[in-house]
Write a protein that binds this ligand. Structure first.
Ligand code: PGA
Length: 285
């Protein structure tokens, strides 16, 4: 089960955005009330057999099993969910899936439902990863349907958004990101929106070894939080965890996590190795 994002103090909001209140509360006091628990999720994609998966999570649990102030999630392929669940039971590391169908059940060859994921003890599910959008033609409508289904359960969606290299080079980020948010989130209520985890993953940074600079990532994270604030409320925007994804490594995680609006990571390649995944978690703690 997802914990309250505000349970652990992680990062303060920019105090310069708010003035003193009538009660004489200082800007700093207000800032201290707003905090988000970091999240580090490993997206294993189409890697690892059951044995390999068990060996990796055993090591992960050994390395980060005592870290309480980060939500740690591993997302193995469907075929390894059961094997990984066996190891994770009773540990702080949570289990996520990489995809889900939007119907409860039916004649959908090759697909998996929300109740099947719950059956394996999944607490999280990745929705709309750019590889799903690109290779499997997942449209914004499909992503919206999946979110709606996920919200009828206890699962926490990790919604992926991000611009292509083409959009970045054409200076269209300010247009693409809000439009992805609008299409995915427009039907959600405020309580649903505050439960979502958003992963900003610039497509040009995924699996390329090309990471967004901390400043560049922070700019987009700020844009996302501002959009949430305008379309829901400041309170909702303050609660939503926004992760960065795209060639995150133990070498670049430290600087990225220092940014005001970066609340953790969705890690691909580096999450396949327990040691490097653990280092990223430790830097986010
Ligand atoms: P990467 O993948 O860390 O290998 O770039 C990130 C992702 O696809 O979620």
């Amino acid at each position: 089960m997802e914990q309250n994002p505000n349970e652990e103090s992680q990062k303060e909001q920019n105090p310069t955005e708010q003035g003193p209140t009538e009660q004489g509360q200082t800007q700093q006091d207000q800032a201290e009330q707003i905090s988000r628990k970091h999240v580090v999720a490993g997206n294993w994609k189409m890697f690892k057999t059951r044995d390999e998966a068990q060996a990796t999570v055993r090591e992960v649990v050994g390395l980060v099993g005592n870290i309480q102030n980060v939500d740690i999630v591993v997302c193995p392929p469907f075929t390894a969910l059961g094997a990984v669940e066996e190891i994770l039971t009773g540990s702080v590391v949570q289990l996520g899936a990489q995809n889900v169908h939007w119907q409860d059940e039916g004649a959908f060859t090759g697909e998996v439902s929300v109740s099947m994921l719950a059956d394996y003890g999944c607490s999280h599910v990745i929705i709309g990863h750019s590889e799903r959008r690109h290779y499997f033609q997942e449209s914004d409508e499909v992503i919206q349907d999946k979110l709606e289904k996920v919200f009828s359960t206890e699962l926490v969606p990790i919604l992926c958004i991000g611009e292509s290299l083409e959009a970045r080079e054409a200076d269209r980020v300010q247009e693409v990101i809000p439009s992805q948010l609008e299409r995915a989130l427009r039907e959600l209520t405020d309580p649903q929106t505050s439960r979502i985890i958003i992963a900003y993953e610039p497509v040009w940074a995924i699996g390329t070894g090309r990471t967004a600079t901390p400043e560049l990532a922070e700019k987009v994270h700020f844009l996302i939080r501002s959009w949430l604030s305008d379309h829901s409320s400041v309170g909702v925007a303050d609660q939503v965890r926004i992760l960065y994804g795209g060639s995150v490594t133990p070498e670049n995680a430290g600087q990225l996590i220092e940014q005001e609006n970066i609340d953790g990571f969705l890690v691909g390649g580096a999450s396949l190795d327990a040691q490097s995944f653990a280092k990223i978690v430790q830097q986010s703690a």
